[in-house]
Design a protein around this ligand. Sequence first.
Ligand SMILES: C[S@@+](CC[C@H](N)C(=O)[O-])C[C@H]1O[C@@H](n2cnc3c(N)ncnc32)[C@H](O)[C@@H]1O
Ligand SMILES: Nc1nc2[nH]cc(C(=O)O)c2c(=O)[nH]1
Ligand code: SF4
Ligand SMILES: [Mg+2]
Length: 242
Amino acid sequence: MSKIPVMEIFGPTIQGEGMVVGQKTMFVRTAGCDYSCSWCDSAFTWDGSGKHLISQLTAEEIWAELKRLGGNGFSFVTISGGNPVLLRNLEGLVNRLKENNIKIGVETQGSKWQEWLYEVDELTISPKPPSSGMVTNYSMLTEIIEKLNSKNSNQNISLKIVIFSEVDYAYAKDIHLRYPEIPFYLQVGNDDISESDNEKLVSRLLEKYEVLVDKVVADEELRNVRVLPQLHTLIWGNKRGV
Ligand SMILES: C[S@@+](CC[C@H](N)C(=O)[O-])C[C@H]1O[C@@H](n2cnc3c(N)ncnc32)[C@H](O)[C@@H]1O
Ligand SMILES: Nc1nc2[nH]cc(C(=O)O)c2c(=O)[nH]1
Ligand code: SF4
Ligand SMILES: [Mg+2]
């Protein structure tokens, strides 16, 4: 059976970000990314620093590890990375989860397509703003959204933009105006990803959250939008595997 490069499997925890924030979930974090965002909070998945942590696992082995960690206490699995959508063979894991009545969430930046995306229950697409140093491939992003929209299914999709600057805010607005029908989330950027003093980190992030909320509530062009912090960071700081 084909192998999937896995960085970490953890949970149960809560989904700390975006459209299903607060949802009890397990996480599978795959290794490897086609991007290298300047502020990536999971750079160990692609910058070589976590190389020794990568396991090549079959879908069956991932399912066994999820059951070992979570027992019968979960019904939702979130697949993140890195970019999990680099991996065609994640289809095997997706099918295994579906067979077991597990709902599936996926986090991706919208730079790649795989057929198994049709099977994801809650898909968060997070295009990257200018501060990341990455350049958005709008034709790919549009293709992904159009493909998913054209299949009528019970799937939910959303767009989530992380904000670090004014330029990012303008980018986010442009994305929302391009795809006005897609539920839209703004997320506070964490630019202190190596801070270990949680009190300091949390008070800074809450300040940034307030600034972003103030901006959005005063903005007539952003109406049907949601503004969120990374809830897991407010609870656990920059800790990994939570
Ligand atoms: C680590 S990424 C992995 C999935 C995929 N590569 C992506 O970027 O969507 C998971 C989520 O964390 C967000 N993220 C990464 N670094 C962040 C940071 N420093 N502050 C806030 N959100 C961040 C990303 O935008 C994405 O929505
Ligand atoms: N609790 C928790 N929620 C998350 N939402 C997105 C995450 C990610 O790194 O993709 C993440 C994560 O790492 N932990
Ligand atoms: S796309 Fe996601 S995982 Fe890849 S570098 Fe950017 S934030 Fe990190
Ligand atoms: Mg994260």
